[in-house]
Design a protein around this ligand. Structure first.
Ligand code: GTP
Ligand code: MG
Length: 488
């Protein structure tokens, strides 16, 4: 039986010795009601193990108030009874508690008081967790064979989360040879995620990998949380940072294209699947958009962007005639905008955030022996740049295609900066951008003199500090030499 808080029987279910199929009891409401308000009381025909894994799965997944298993004793009367309820966060990490009594009438609980107390205990524990700056979230990382090392991947994801205004309060790593085709993580792990989310009052799960539309749907349904994958996370940051009209349209288009196959069309889960974190950014007003309207909007946006793109082309053609363009490329947060500011004495936004720059910005660059050189700052790259993001990069790509020289800026003070150089070069190569580049090692103020020398020498790079007042004369010389040699 499913019994409500006031003792009313909600449903009577008939199963057999093996199985019990619960009716669909809908989703948990948000807000203060943490539990379903229903307890499952059932008979158990075996005596070795009263409550089994299925019971605990129901308890956690359906967030039942309690599961009670009553065995059949002598003469067909009720016998030994187990009852179980979920536990709030605790040092032992236990998710639920089981109590055994010889007879159901020995359960000494005022159920209404007990469940109220349990719920407030959950809230209290969760409040402690909630006291963080951003929106609290659980980060889930699947470490697959041949996938990226979690030691490199997780800190970067945490940075992405921070930039998106999300604070990771719980990180779950699962090792799998490959992503589980249905759930991303293993089914057991998924249950654990669902439960941890209840315990810690987390309603947002960030996946460190991209999820297929059906994986996203499954995880959303099973955990009752909003689920965001890596591409969506990056798109969310883009949405927050896009300031130009051009940029906003591009991001909206990328978001729609990515989310379209993820629209299930089913009422409740729809708002969970659309939009970014807390439904911010250009996607925000489109929460309830249906597929057809999404497609119309995509067509419209593509047309608008096409127009803007041809305008840009015209402007560039006019500019290119007698100018040389040097573009700053590099991993996100490497210090590209800061370098542009230093070299051109400008005041372009630079921040300790990923993807602070979204729209390319050009400034005149004055060189001792060359006129008409333009320096362009572009959007930063990242490891495994999702294909769907390239739409949002379009303006940058056009800019790069017509560049004469790249300054590849590297934050040489980070561990594994070599991996980032590779990642950037791989992306440039994939995009068919094979211009000559000068490797610029930035943020040397954070390193020892020795390290700077050896690293720069090994890579043939120019060491710089972009936050200093003056541009490195060696860098200026090198740019001139490159431009002069390629123009003759
Ligand atoms: N210590 C130190 N910090 C630097 C240096 N250059 C830049 N930074 C800092 O690094 C952070 C990122 O700088 P940005 O110029 O915004 O980096 P970006 O490459 O344009 O980043 P995105 O546009 O977000 O891809 C900022 O907080 C800068 O102040 C440097 O030479 N030394
Ligand atoms: Mg920038």
């Amino acid at each position: 039986m499913l019994v409500s808080r006031n003792g009313k029987v909600n449903s009577v279910i008939v199963g057999d010795a093996e199985r019990l199929f619960l009716p669909d009891i809908g989703r948990v409401r948000g807000g203060s009601k943490r539990f379903r308000g229903l307890r499952l009381i059932r008979t158990v025909l075996r005596t070795d193990k009263i409550l089994d894994d299925d019971d605990f799965a129901d308890l956690s997944k359906l967030r039942l108030d309690m599961v009670v298993g009553i065995t059949v004793g002598l003469g067909g009367y009720p016998g030994t009874t187990d009852f179980a309820h979920l536990l709030p966060q605790n040092p032992t990490g236990k998710l639920w508690e089981v109590t055994t009594v010889p007879h159901p009438n020995q359960i000494e609980l005022r159920f209404d008081l007990f469940i109220a107390e349990l719920e407030s205990e959950f809230s209290r524990k969760a409040e402690v967790v909630q006291e963080v700056d951003g929106h609290p979230a659980m980060l889930v990382y699947v470490a697959t064979d041949g996938g990226r090392d979690p030691d490199a991947g997780i800190p970067e994801l945490e940075e992405l989360c921070r930039t998106a205004g999300v604070t990771v309060v719980e990180t779950v790593i699962q090792k799998l040879s490959r992503m589980h085709p249905k759930f991303g993580v293993g089914p057991g792990k998924l249950e654990e995620l669902a439960l941890t989310a209840v315990q810690r009052d987390i309603d947002l799960i960030i996946f460190g990998q991209d999820l297929t539309p059906s994986q996203l749907r499954q995880i959303t349904e099973q955990t009752d949380c909003k689920v965001i994958d890596r591409t969506q996370l990056i798109l969310d940051i883009f949405a927050q940072h896009a300031s130009s009209k051009d940029g906003r349209l591009q991001v909206e288009l990328a978001q729609l294209k990515y989310n379209l196959p993820r629209l299930s069309g089913r009422g409740t889960s729809m708002s969970r699947l659309m939009g970014g974190i807390g439904g911010r950014g250009p996607g925000e007003t489109k929460l309830e958009i249906d597929r057809r309207r999404a497609r119309d909007r995509i067509n419209g946006l593509e047309k608008d962007l096409e127009k803007l793109s041809s305008q840009r082309l015209l402007q560039r053609k006019r500019r290119i005639k007698n100018t040389t363009t040097v573009s700053i490329v590099g991993y996100t947060n490497a210090g590209k905008s800061t370098l542009l500011n230093q070299m051109t004495k400008s005041d372009v936004l630079s921040e300790d955030q990923l993807f602070a720059t979204l729209t390319p910005t050009s400034r005149q660059l004055y060189l001792p022996s060359l006129r008409g050189v333009v320096l362009t700052d572009t959007v930063g790259f990242i490891h495994d740049l999702p294909k769907d993001l390239v739409v949002a990069f379009k303006a940058t790509l056009e800019e790069l295609e017509t560049s004469d020289l790249f300054l590849h800026v590297v934050d040489v003070s980070t561990d594994r900066f070599e991996e980032r150089i590779d990642a950037v070069n791989r992306i440039l190569h994939e995009l068919n951008l094979n211009q000559k580049q000068i490797l610029v090692f930035n943020k040397i103020d954070r390193l020892e003199q020795e390290d700077i020398k050896s690293r720069a020498k090994l890579w043939g790079a120019v060491p710089v500090c972009a936050v200093e007042g003056k541009t490195s004369p060696i860098l200026i010389q090198k740019i001139e030499k490159n431009l002069l040699s390629s123009s003759t």
